[in-house]
Design a protein around this ligand. Structure first.
Ligand code: HEM
Ligand code: FES
Length: 348
């Protein structure tokens, strides 16, 4: 971790996650095409167009999942496992979207005199009309953003772009989402897309994504306010120790604004800063793997009792003193120095 970048280690969770993504995509496409073949008007629908639709709809669905993971994990720890490896989900989303775009470009633009990529942008110049807007260009905007995100998701880029640049780049996912929504709606308006179901899917998807983000923001705001209103120098009551799932954490905010991640493991609790030394990832949304706090973003690890990365790495985060009274965790809001040992508190 002190080196230029650290390759992400493979573990069983990551393999299971990848298998679930791969099988999910294959099943989605197979079911979509099978249902489409059995219900479509065979004179107007070909397997090629069904495949283009299936890939586009699959990519759109995956984009919703990517956007929903963050707020879901903030609303309930049940969804935390989805955070692990979400980069793989993002890269898979790009691959499916790129397949959709490639097939669509070849199918609709590959047989004319113009280069297909030129034809994509100039064959329909009605950029001033809603009903016949060249909706494919909006798909292209989204695809470029998804590509940038997938390409820079590797640790090499994370380490070479500053956290601010990297985060800004990944916030572009919302622009990509907007572009795809318009791509689908304007496509439907211009007679593409076949079914009014797509319009309903866009509306329902938007309501779900907006509702989740709003709900997560309200819930987080309530938690922050309650924790900030606690007296400044008092130890913070962080709730019952046994309500924290094994090898997971509860995040509390000190009156100073410092975020503290309190981990439960091996019958003890320890508290460290919630902010990872790598790219400020939320350590408290990670879990304990092999006895070490493991960041959910890129897998950097820290000893929960000392805040130090295991040798040969040298990264350190702040620790916080904890004690347990009547089964409830009390945490000192004053941080210890980075890497300073803090005695774990035994539960019961
Ligand atoms: C260069 C990029 C893209 C091109 C050229 C393109 C092209 C097309 C075309 C031609 C259609 C209409 C298909 C039909 O006639 O039924 C379509 C629909 C659709 N596209 Fe794209 N697309 C692109 C990017 C994307 C991206 C990035 C996504 C999602 C992440 C996406 C999602 C969809 C969806 C959900 C539909 C509706 C399904 C359908 O109409 O069949 N597209 N796209
Ligand atoms: S490992 Fe990258 S932010 Fe924590």
């Amino acid at each position: 971790m002190a080196a230029t970048y650290k390759p992400v280690l493979w573990n069983r969770h990551k393999r299971v996650y990848d298998v679930v993504i791969g099988v999910g995509i294959a099943l989605y496409l197979a079911i979509f095409i099978a249902v489409g073949m059995s219900t479509a008007d065979s004179a107007n629908t070909s397997i090629e167009i069904l495949a283009i639709s299936a890939l586009g709809a699959c990519a759109f669905f995956m984009l919703h999942v990517v956007l929903a993971i963050g707020p879901l994990a903030r609303l309930s720890t049940t969804f935390l496992p989805l955070l692990y490896n979400r980069r793989h989900l993002g890269v898979s989303l790009f691959v499916v979207a790129a397949a959709h775009a490639t097939f669509a470009t070849v199918w609709y633009h590959g047989f004319g005199v113009l280069n297909p990529l030129v034809s994509l942008f100039v064959s329909n110049p009605r950029y001033d009309a809603i009903g016949s807007f060249p909706f494919e260009s909006l798909g292209a905007v989204a695809l470029v953003i998804l590509f940038l995100m997938a390409a820079t998701s590797h640790d090499f880029w994370l380490n070479n772009l500053s956290p601010a640049v990297w985060k800004t780049l990944h916030m572009l996912v919302y622009i990509a989402y907007g572009a795809v929504v318009l791509h689908v709606l304007l496509g439907a308006a211009s007679g593409h897309g076949g079914s009014p179901l797509y319009v309903w899917a866009v509306v329902v998807g938007f309501v779900i994504i907006a509702g989740l983000h709003l709900g997560a923001a309200i819930a987080q705001g309530g938690r922050d306010r309650a924790q900030r209103s606690a007296p400044k120098n008092d130890w913070i009551d962080a709730g019952p120790a046994d309500a924290i799932p094994q090898r997971r954490a509860r995040i509390v905010i000190a009156p100073s604004g410092a975020q503290i991640a309190i981990f439960r493991y091996d019958g003890r609790v320890s508290a460290v800063s919630n902010v990872c030394a790598h790219q400020m990832g939320p350590l408290g949304e990670g879990c304990i793997v092999d006895g070490l706090v493991t960041c959910p973003w890129h897998g950097w690890q820290y000893d929960p009792a000392t805040g130090r990365s295991p040798p040969p790495y040298t990264e350190r985060v702040e620790t916080f003193n904890v004690r347990i009274e009547n089964g409830r965790i009390l945490v000192d809001p004053k941080p210890n120095a980075k890497g300073a040992p803090a005695t774990p508190a035994a539960i019961g």
